[in-house]
Design a protein around this ligand. Structure first.
Ligand SMILES: Cc1cc2nc3c(=O)[nH]c(=O)nc-3n(C[C@H](O)[C@H](O)[C@H](O)COP(=O)(O)O)c2cc1C
Length: 387
C-alpha cells in the first residue's frame, strides 16, 4: 500500500491506473483550459494568517450542510461516469462518503443507477439532475430519486449546452470504450482496471439505458445524450422541478450575484458557486474569485457553497473564510477513486480533513464556525478590476 500524504499522491496513482480516455475526461477543462487552471491558481493568491499562542485543544471540523450533520463541510460533487474511473465507482464512493460522514451526490450521468447505489450503499445520498429535453425522462428520474430515498436534489444550471473538451473529442470518449486498437492497447496496459471492469455488469449509463424508450445500446445512448441537454432550461422550469421534487433543493453552477439572487427567489436551499470545474465557460472567473460578491448578495438568505479548484484542506478553509458555508469536491475525490476505489476515496477525505484541522489550528482557530475573513490575507485587487 503506497503512503498517501496528499491529493497529489492519489492523482499520480489515478493517472497510472486508469485508461487514458477516462483520465483525460477527468483532468480536462473546456477549450484553452484557462478557467480550469485559474480555479486552482487563484486559491494560491490568498494567504493564511498565522497566529500563535492560542489554546488549540478540542478542535472540531464538523458542521452541517442542508441541516445535515457532516464530519466536515465537504460534499462529494456529482461526477459523470465515476464507474469508468473505477469499476462500480459510484457505489464505492457513496459508501466511503457515508462511512466518513459527508454527503455523496450521484450524477444523472452515472454508470451505477440510482436504485443500485441505494441498494448497495444505502439511501440518503443526493441526486444531481441534468434537465433533458425528454420531459418524461426528467419526471421519471425525479420520481426514481424520491423512491430511492435521496435526501436532496442538486439541479445543475450551467450545462444547457456543452463546453467543448478537445481531448474527449480526439479520444472518441464513450462508456464503455469503443474497441479500437489504440483503446485496446491502452486498456491492456491497465490490467487491474481491465480485469475488475470485466467482472462488473456496470459499464453503461444505467440511469438512462433501459429507462428511455429506444435506448438499448451504446449507439442509441450516444445519439440520445448528444441531443438531450435542454437549451430551454429557464427559471420557470426550475420552479416546476422544485415543485415536483418537493424536498431540499440545491442549485449548482451559479457564478454571478444576480443569478444567485434569482436562485434564492426560486427557492434554493443552497447555491453552489461553481464553473463546473472549468469544464463549461472557458474564460469565466474562477469560483473562489466569484465567491465574495455572491456571499454579499445572498449570504444571509441561503447556504452558499463553493466548488471548482479545491485540492486541499487549505483550499476548503480559504473558501469558508471568504464566506462559503460549505464546499464540494470533484477531482480531489475522483483521484482517490481512480487510484484505489473505496479506500482511495476514504484516503482523499482523510487527507482533506486532517489538512483542515491543522490549518485551522495554525490560524489560531478551534472551530470552523469561527473561521472568517480575519484568517486571510487577500490581495487588494482579488475581486476587483473585472467590471
Ligand atoms: C470528470 C467530471 C465529471 C463531471 N460530471 C458532472 C456531472 O455529471 N454533473 C454535474 O453537475 N457536474 C459534473 N462535474 C462538475 C463537478 O460536479 C464539480 O462542479 C467540479 O468537479 C468541481 O471542480 P473540481 O473538480 O476542481 O473540484 C464533473 C466534473 C468532472 C471533473
Amino acid at each position: 500500500m503506497p503512503v498517501i500524504t496528499c491529493i497529489e499522491d492519489l492523482k499520480r496513482l489515478h493517472r497510472r491506473r486508469t485508461p487514458r480516455m477516462f483520465w483525460d475526461y477527468c483532468e480536462s477543462g473546456s477549450y484553452t483550459e484557462q478557467t480550469f487552471r485559474d480555479n486552482c491558481s487563484d486559491f494560491s493568491l490568498i494567504r493564511l494568517r498565522q497566529r500563535v499562542a492560542r489554546d488549540l485543544s478540542d478542535r472540531d471540523t464538523s458542521g452541517t450542510m442542508l441541516g445535515q450533520p457532516v464530519t466536515m463541510p465537504v460534499a462529494l460533487a456529482p461526477v459523470g461516469s465515476c464507474g469508468m474511473q473505477y469499476p462500480d465507482g459510484e457505489i464505492l464512493a457513496a459508501r466511503a462518503a457515508a462511512r466518513f460522514g459527508v454527503p455523496f451526490t450521484l450524477s444523472t450521468m452515472s454508470i451505477c443507477s440510482i436504485e443500485d447505489v441505494a441498494e448497495h450503499a444505502g439511501p440518503g445520498f443526493w441526486f444531481q439532475l441534468y434537465v433533458m429535453r425528454d420531459e418524461d425522462f426528467v419526471d421519471a428520474v425525479i420520481e426514481r430519486a424520491k423512491k430511492a430515498g435521496c435526501s436532496a436534489l442538486v439541479l445543475t444550471l450551467d450545462l444547457q449546452v456543452l463546453g467543448q473538451r478537445h481531448k474527449d473529442l480526439k479520444n472518441g470518449l464513450t462508456s464503455p470504450p469503443r474497441p479500437t486498437i489504440p483503446n485496446l492497447l491502452d486498456i491492456l496496459r491497465r490490467p487491474r482496471w481491465a480485469l475488475a471492469m470485466a467482472r462488473t455488469p456496470r459499464r453503461q449509463f444505467r440511469n438512462i439505458v433501459g429507462h428511455v424508450k429506444g435506448v438499448t445500446d451504446l449507439a442509441d445512448l450516444t445519439a440520445w445524450t448528444n441531443e438531450q441537454f435542454d437549451p430551454k432550461l429557464d427559471w420557470s422550469k426550475v420552479a416546476r422541478i422544485r415543485d415536483q421534487w418537493g424536498g431540499k433543493l440545491v442549485l449548482k453552477g451559479v457564478l454571478d450575484a444576480e443569478d444567485a439572487q434569482m436562485a434564492v427567489d426560486a427557492g434554493a436551499d443552497a447555491v453552489v458557486v461553481s464553473n463546473h470545474g472549468g469544464r463549461q465557460l472557458d474564460g469565466a472567473l474562477s469560483s473562489i474569485r466569484a465567491l465574495p460578491s455572491i456571499v454579499r448578495a445572498v449570504g444571509g438568505q441561503t447556504e452558499v457553497w463553493l466548488d471548482s479548484g479545491i485540492r486541499s484542506g487549505q483550499d476548503v478553509l480559504k473558501a469558508l473564510a471568504l464566506g462559503a458555508t460549505g464546499t464540494m469536491i470533484g477531482r480531489a475525490y475522483l483521484h482517490g477513486l481512480g487510484a484505489m476505489g473505496e479506500a482511495g476515496v476514504t484516503a482523499a477525505l482523510e487527507v482533506i480533513r486532517k489538512e483542515i484541522d491543522i490549518t485551522m489550528a495554525l490560524c489560531g482557530e478551534r472551530r470552523l464556525r469561527d473561521v472568517g475573513r480575519h484568517d486571510l490575507l487577500v490581495p487588494e485587487d482579488f475581486e476587483g478590476r473585472w467590471g
